[in-house]
Unconditional design. Structure first.
Length: 394
């Protein structure tokens, strides 16, 4: 994919610039900000716009209010945090469109930042309603897309506005495209994918997209359960998505046909009711009341050994129930083995960054994407509507 026209090419001084950012941050039970990583990732673009005298109007969503105003999903706390990060007051409009937004935008000075209220409080956002997109577009003279995590959605604030204003890619979007393109377009072999997590049915397309492009796929977490069941293992009381055995067998045959090896766990850490300690068992010896919670030490060694020769690595999803300290060691050990590797190492999808930080393996990666579904779709080779609408660089 070619480069997109960059915000660095835009004449922004004294002009109102609508910036789509991704401030959909995790929240604490009391409505605070649990992790401000996505806000921090937007700072390079915002600092560039401030330094060049733009009047930046920021639009974002938070959560899933489904077109209704929900005080618990207000962006007001994010405006406070952003003010702290940039070292200047950030104006806040109590609606994404209408009088408040128009009035505050009209009074902005060069270098000002204005954050609009949650754009998903309006049903027209996710419907990509032309009238709602036009209301957003009227606030500004230029549009900058810097919310990589939303580019797989054809929404009013991603696609609708970009069709109505001169549009540019922000610095974060440009970096995401540049880094992830190395996986999609020209990965250096041996290329190894480490895939875990749950939602097996949803991840089968991702798995299939690696066939013929990777030399090896390491599968752990709940993602491995249907594969282990199809191989004849009894998984005890482990909950497994039903009805996937035919799809799994078809996938494994396709992998063999296309020259991609698939490695599955050979042992597991299990939990049993009424027992305070956990156990390590072989996959052919899971007791009837045992629930698989993590990969075992033998699997950790096998996976780490397989990664030693890799030149490109992609990781998505924990290899066990990593939010529980008793079952986090498998993911930590395998990802930790990447430290110091000469491979190009990328993590993407879902809460990868939060998991990597919690497990102390952030330094194992060259790049951690801010995108969830958008990153996974991009790596699979899908066109992202919010990216396709941006003009190519000349």
């Amino acid at each position: 994919m070619g480069e997109k026209r960059s915000v660095t090419d835009a004449a922004v001084r004294g002009r109102r610039v609508l910036v789509r950012v991704d401030f959909n941050v995790p929240q604490t039970p009391t409505g605070g900000i649990a992790d401000d990583r996505r806000i921090v990732e937007a700072l390079p673009t915002l600092e560039h716009l401030r330094a060049h005298g733009a009047r930046s109007i920021l639009v974002s969503h938070l959560g899933r209010p489904e077109g209704r105003r929900d005080p618990k999903l207000s962006l007001r706390p994010i405006a406070h945090r952003l003010s702290q990060l940039v070292g200047q007051p950030v104006l806040f409009a109590d609606d994404a469109v209408g009088y408040s937004a128009i009035e505050l935008a009209s009074r902005m000075k060069d270098g000002d930042l204005l954050l609009l209220e949650n754009v998903r409080f309006h049903a027209g956002e996710e419907a990509n309603d032309p009238a709602f997109a036009a209301q957003l577009a009227r606030l500004a003279e230029l549009f900058v897309e810097d919310a990589f995590g939303t580019l797989h959605r054809a929404h009013a604030s991603t696609v609708g506005v970009a069709k109505r204003l001169p549009s540019f890619a922000g610095l974060l979007v440009a970096r995401e495209v540049r880094e992830l393109s190395r996986l999609r377009d020209a990965p250096i072999a041996p290329y190894v994918a480490i895939l875990g997590g749950a939602k097996v049915r949803d991840k089968l397309p991702l798995l299939s997209s690696f066939l013929g492009r990777t030399q090896l796929i390491l599968i752990g977490g709940a993602l491995s359960f249907p594969f282990l069941a199809a191989a004849g293992h009894s998984l005890g009381a482990t909950e497994t998505e039903p009805g996937l055995e035919p799809a799994v067998r078809e996938f494994l045959q396709a992998a063999a046909d296309r020259g991609t090896r698939v490695l599955l766990p050979e042992d597991a850490v299990i939990e049993r009711p009424d027992r305070s300690s956990v156990e390590v068992v072989r996959l052919d010896a899971v007791p009837s009341d045992g629930r698989i919670r993590d990969i075992g030490p033998a699997t950790q060694r096998t996976f780490a050994s397989a990664l030693a020769e890799a030149r490109t690595v992609f990781w998505n999803g924990p290899l066990g129930l990593a939010e529980d300290a008793r079952f986090s060691e498998g993911t930590r050990a395998v990802l930790g083995s990447l430290r110091g590797s000469t491979a190009y190492r990328v993590a993407a999808g879902g809460d990868s960054a939060a998991i990597a930080e919690a497990l102390g393996v952030i330094e194992s990666f060259n790049f951690i994407s801010t995108g969830g579904g958008a990153a996974l779709e991009f790596v699979q080779g899908a066109d992202l509507p919010g990216l396709a609408v941006l003009p190519d660089a000349r």
